[in-house]
Write a new protein. Sequence first.
Length: 216
Amino acid sequence: MFKPGLFVTGTASGVGQSTVCAWLLNQLAADYWQPVQAGLPGPANRLLQSLSGLPSDHFHPATYNLVESIAPHESSKRMGIAIDPLRFAMPVTPRPLIVEGAGGLLTPLSGKFLMIDLMLKLGLPIVLVCHSQQSTINDTLLNLYALQSRNLPVLGVVINGRLNPGAKEAIETYGRVRVLAEIPELPSVNPERLRLIHPTVAFANWADDIAGARAA
């Protein structure tokens, strides 16, 4: 339905970006790839495999595994390596591919190459993840503005946290974007709980939305 896939990014650290990736993997039986992982090798794959309940063949190795959980350009510098934009190539898979960013849109990867430049290179529709906390409207609109200014195809927004109808309405109205899902606060995250969360826009309609996002 979504081949070649979706690029999932967050408005900030701690907004539940990985939870949304796990939810998408769980619902769509998709594959997962995080081009740049900051931390010990493979933590995102192990976490996402546990949360999604999918077998290991759904998870692809990162192009760059960086040791320290800091900004990728600084972590790679400390390791004595340089992140080469030409090395990024999406894995080949018959299944939809969920790609997760590291850091925010303007996170530096190397030189003048930012995370948003990687999104542009890959050309996938963007799912922007935000939290329902008080500052979410401003943060989300700023991120949408940055994406739209680069003419990146934005599929929509997923909101994490306590339901906030006012924030949802404002994001859709002022961001001119659809809220695809609202994931409520969960006491714990596991495959069974994720299966019970339904999108506000039915998955069957996402293909048309993806085509519209690319044409916009």
